[in-house]
Design a protein around this ligand. Structure first.
Ligand code: NAP
Length: 298
């Protein structure tokens, strides 16, 4: 397999594997590594999807958590792994652990794992078990315990906002310290390329905690039309998740996370992004300005 960088063949072998591409955070990690000119391999779940524009610059290999035959070829020669648990995979022992153990068996030395804020006190989310497996294996790790993504509003919530001017989440008046996935990607790139981040557990949040009335207010101000927040019951929320085609396991994990948020567990603001990147996290207002086209309905 060849490695290309800006159209020119180079002799360095890729020692980094990025999973979760073309997802929210994985895409940012890819962009960051390309900017730095660091060779890496992408473990792509859907090889039939149109290849991204960077395909000529990096190694691309098929990787599917649920297909063990794709694991070893993806991990051979890899030292550092950016690991994303796909949201649909909720059974860690069955769906995630086999790939994780093969990675370590193949010689992966450092795993940068996209985890979740508050995971240390929450045994229900799959990330808790994944962190435990990684830590107990003795491999080096960096846990990126991220708060709720600002980009949830420009992806999973976008059509509701665009078509009904509404955000419908079972969170009540609780606050969330939203983070921009561009900041998570930037921290992940630091962790993958600088040993000072080995064996660290970072809590990654934005610079402020907002409730969803404030979120709706910020969208209203920047989009110049009223956006309102409704607070459905958790049962109604699950019902809508299932009706929109999500699996029950996924719907329950997401509902569980919003329920935890409702009790104030997502409001902690951390300085870890500032410490790692040496700059403030991207603000919520900046996020809304940058993504405003997602919510335009005409
Ligand atoms: N959303 C939040 O607010 C939030 C906050 C903290 C932590 N997290 C955690 O972050 C993770 C999700 O990150 P994200 O939003 O960047 O991901 P994402 O956008 O949902 O993308 C997931 C990626 O995984 C790929 N994938 C799906 N099934 C796969 C399989 N069987 N094997 C290998 N790859 C597979 C998908 O490929 P295709 O695109 O080809 O389908 C996609 O590229 C989850 O673990 C979530 O719990 C989320």
């Amino acid at each position: 397999m060849s490695i290309f960088w800006i159209g020119e063949k180079i002799n360095m072998a890729a020692e980094i594997l990025v999973t979760g591409v073309p997802g929210n955070v994985g895409s940012e990690v890819v962009a960051g590594l390309i900017r730095l000119g660091i060779p890496f391999r992408v473990g792509l779940f859907d090889l039939r999807a149109p290849h991204p524009e960077y395909a000529e610059q990096v190694e691309i290999i098929h990787f599917d958590f649920l297909k063990p035959e794709t694991h070893r070829p993806a991990f051979e020669g890899i030292k550092r792994l950016f690991l994303v648990r796909p949201p649909a995979l909720a059974n860690v022992e069955r769906d995630i652990a086999p790939a994780l153990r093969t990675a370590i068996d193949c010689g992966v030395e450092h795993i940068v794992f996209l985890s979740i804020q508050g995971v240390e006190n929450n045994r229900i989310v799959p990330h808790h078990k994944i962190e435990q497996i990684i830590e107990e294996s003795g491999v080096k790790f960096t846990f990126l315990r991220a708060s709720f993504f600002m980009q949830n509003l420009s992806t999973t919530q976008a059509s509701k906002i665009r078509n009904h001017n509404e955000i419908a989440l079972p969170v009540g008046n609780a606050k969330t310290s939203f983070i921009d996935v561009r900041d998570i990607g930037a921290v992940a790139v630091c962790a993958l390329t600088d040993p000072q981040h080995e064996n660290k557990k970072y809590t990654l949040t934005g610079q402020e905690a907002l409730d969803y009335h404030q979120v709706a207010g910020k969208l209203t101000a920047i989009l110049h039309r009223p956006i309102h927040y409704s607070d459905p019951s958790v049962f109604r929320f699950i019902y809508h998740q299932l009706r929109s085609g999500h699996q029950l396991g996924y719907a329950l994990v997401v509902a569980g996370l919003y329920t935890i948020t409702r009790f104030g567990n997502a409001k902690q603001v951390s300085q870890d992004v500032q410490r790692v990147l040496g700059r403030s996290p991207i603000s919520f207002d900046q996020f809304v300005r940058d993504y405003r086209d997602c919510w335009q309905n005409g």
